[in-house]
Design a protein around this ligand. Sequence first.
Ligand SMILES: Cc1cc2nc3c(=O)[nH]c(=O)nc-3n(C[C@H](O)[C@H](O)[C@H](O)COP(=O)(O)O)c2cc1C
Length: 197
Amino acid sequence: MELAAGKAEDIFRSLNRELWVVTAADSEHRGGLLATWVSQASLDPARPVILAGLAPNHYTTELVRNSGQLVVHLLNSDQSDVAWNFCRDSGRERDKLASCELETTFPDIPVLASCHSFLLGRVFACVETGERTYFWADIEQAEKYSSSAPLCEQQFLQWCDEDKKNVLKSDKLTDVQLQRDLESNFRQSIPDWLRFG
Ligand SMILES: Cc1cc2nc3c(=O)[nH]c(=O)nc-3n(C[C@H](O)[C@H](O)[C@H](O)COP(=O)(O)O)c2cc1C
């Protein structure tokens, strides 16, 4: 089991997923985080849906839950500094959007003016699984500004110096330790409609 876990981690590390900046706001607060767990969740071009897996302890997750809305942005390949801004600290301590220029046409939710593209979604389903909160959202607005490849994980990690990598490692460890208990609790109380076997 331990050997498989080590190999799985090695396999996951070789992936090169797109990096998304997820933003949300409720009536008083706004925030955002960096995420790889964002996916197209419907093949129907007439009814585009996204699925985002956010950690329950993250501030942005709270804002999405409160508002029922989120924006997922892809970044341009030279926007590693923007990715860095959103993947560290908590929005409970710092307004991560203070340094960003925002679109003025969306008063209810922060939309980055400078990005590769964005999708604005309205949540219609949410499942809590302890370690992740999954949000399914209908896409109501979308814009693409670039036809180049968006920023991906490996390129961002190459941009990070050792100090930044150490911050990311330590933040991840803190998250994993916190989420381990949440995940165990979830496994012990999976509702019938979700339980398999
Ligand atoms: C490469 C990378 C991918 C990440 N992917 C996710 C993700 O898919 N979901 C998530 O909730 N957090 C993810 N994170 C962690 C958050 O971006 C980070 O903890 C953030 O500071 C949380 O901010 P908040 O508490 O202000 O919402 C990722 C971090 C990195 C470096």
